[in-house]
Design a protein around this ligand. Sequence first.
Ligand code: PEP
Ligand code: MG
Length: 521
Amino acid sequence: MARAEVRGVPAAPGIAIGTVARLGAVTARRRVAGAPAQEAAALVFAISAAIGELTALAGATGSDAAGIVEFQVAMLQDPALRAPALDAIAAFVPADAAWAEALARQVADYEAAEDAYFRARAADLRDLAQRVLRHLGAATALPEVPPGAILLAEDLTPSLFLQSDWRGGGIALAAGSPASHVAMLARARGVPMVVGLGMVEATAGEAAVLDGGAGLLLLGPDDADRSRLAAPPAPDRSALLHRPAVTAAGRKVAVLLNVSDPGELDELDPAMCDGVGLVRTELLFAAGPPDEDTQVRAYRRFLDWAGGRPVTIRTLDAGGDKPVPGLSVAGEADPFLGQRGLRLSLARPEVFTVQLRALVRAAAHGTLHIMLPMVTVPEELQAARALLAEAAADIGRPAPPLGIMVEVPAAALAIGRFDAAFFAIGTNDLVQYVTASARDIAAVAPLADPRNPAVLRLIAEVAVHGARTGREVSVCGDAAGDPALVPLLLDAGIARLSMAPNAVGEVKAAIAAHGREGTMP
Ligand code: PEP
Ligand code: MG
């Protein structure tokens, strides 16, 4: 097979080297239909069985997936989803055909939606349609993805993602979306994924390389490609992992973790870090806003794991690349410039207050800091602080320290205006806004470079402001977990880095090497 490069949209970073697997279509089988009353009962029974199966799956999969599976359960429980199928059954259409047709119409509506969030939910609906059809005895079992393969498919359902072994493999989709539930799972579990590849001519078994971060599928790679892209054998960092991070010049650097779900911490030893620098709470809201008690339980799990180390929990950053059903605004021309993060929370005080109350209550069980995303002007910080003070007074507990993400240029450039308890620089968004290069558009990825001197200057200025005013400044964007960028951040005056857990070993090595002869940038 001749070498061919196919470009798509990055959905989850990482490199997979392997062979292509393709999914066969899931075909419908014939079933014998009964009278309308029997068919209606069969459909309701199949939906209940699917709900039972999904509920069990939510308990059995990692808790990062539970919210997504619960979202599917909520859809199946919605009477509006099944109503058109039941109407068709009453008109003597067999249950399987009625369900398949009703869901196909809804999938088409979702696919035609203007809003990327709704388009991304079409895969969930297709998943539900097949699951119920299987219970009606009208669809074959889920196809199998060979372990370690690079799966090439039109789109992928959460069910198939969850039942497959992706170790060493990757996902290449002709359609799909970086905002889909499968993409969220792929990012959380480190499975490289590219979407929007369009028609790809490749046969099963063909050699391929998938570069999730670059949005690239390489078919028929040559030896030069393989050695350029193959990850070098990982050096053993176990000796460093549990030691505090110190540069060669003796400067201490705090290493913190970025997490989205308490389940990510289950296998980790808290001694590897100085705390949790960023809890993204969007996944907790994936099935709609959770009630106060559910949130308290989730926040406590981070604090219990940390055992007294500081845990910084960010209030909901819905919108932009992190749509949340029922909350983020549909149909914005550019969701990255729209009502996302704190802007949305302030517009929905009834939702924001529940989160603030849960955070105040959870703070009794550890060292909790609250962080606000997408702060643009000091008035937003003041408004959030007033709501937090109200929640704390109502509960009768002190308000935790309130800090801000520095990820909007207006905040970075005028940092002295913000009377926050601490600052956390979000390089993912800061880079996209400073370089005017959207973080989800592969074609402008080379411009979205944290090494851009304009970005580094802003980081250094925030670090100086923090040192002068005695406030901690961390970096919690992806740059903090990139060993190649760590020297630049240290040189900019940053001494707190927050990153994905699997980056800690390499970042500690980069910190230890910093300042040694020959390692200066
Ligand atoms: C960032 O923007 O760098 C950041 C940490 O936040 P998120 O990636 O969740 O937008
Ligand atoms: Mg951000």
